[in-house]
Design a protein around this ligand. Sequence first.
Ligand code: IPM
Ligand code: MG
Length: 352
Amino acid sequence: MTYNIAVIGGDGIGPEITAGATAVLNKVAQKFGHGFAYTYVDAGGVAIDKYGEPLPKQSLDQCMASDSVLLGAVGGPKWDTLPSHLRPEQALLGLRKALGLYANLRPATLYPQLAEASPLKERVIAGGADIMVVRELTGGIYFGERGDEQDSAYDTERYSVFEVERIARRAFDIAVLRSKRVVSVDKANILRSSQLWRRVVEDVAKDYPDITLSHMYVDNAAMQLALRPSQFDVIVTSNMFGDILSDLASAITGSIGMLPSASVGDTARGMYEPIHGSAPDIAGQDKANPLATILSAAMMLRMAFGLQAEADAIEKAVDTVLGEGFRTADIAGAGDKVVGCAQMAALVAQAV
Ligand code: IPM
Ligand code: MG
């Protein structure tokens, strides 16, 4: 069977890391007898340069026509001075909204091989870390009413019952397959929207009697992540809190260069991307870590196409290559074999 994948390289290191992921996908295709057909789509800064807008209609149409979207990264200093509605990041928000991708799944897993790369003390990470951040992605302050006035500016955090319900359900469904614990993170001691969030999550929990639900304020959650990450399994939270906490969760595991993500809605078509950005400082130097994008491709195979064995093969290959001591610069320590982006991808493809 042939799967049509829209590939958005984007900006900075984006094209290098997506090339790494397609190299691995090609190997999977060869080994398992599938076809992956890529449509290369312009979005982000590169689209601004070519067409004057971050997400031209034809780019969105190409994504809509695909079976799934693989994205590298968008953004860079070159476009930082543009008005916010014309910035590269709008491509990402536009795609999430247009494709209905309200659930952002960000697994943060500590690879034992990378324990050295974690900034936390050995005794803190001894309990391991295997966290799934379930971030609401098409609501909250990212999409609320905003504006500028003479001497002020504002953004609005607003959540409807429906939006909280569906993300909570997604989190509980995931928890059923994991260790059956959900921590809902909010700021219900201050925010009305968080009070609604908490109430709705409690309601949804009634349908999941096997799940242990607890609530945490976001400030405490940040502290707890750094103090004792092993206490977390599934974290469900709002768009902005999820953005912040997933960066923190990734740092715990050693490098933001390792963390994949899946953005999904109610159809099979999702968007799969690393959680890190475009790293313009190392763009074009073959230094980037392609593993987050490669692992995102694995999530795509599993979630969008139902290709379990193929996804497992990629994840196992990453494990093997790390076990052999190969590292990109961001995760390298003394005695490691430092390789570039393309070689890391080639090693993973070979291990597949
Ligand atoms: C992420 C990124 C994006 C976000 C930016 C680039 C718009 O930080 O995917 O975490 O805030 O959602
Ligand atoms: Mg972020």
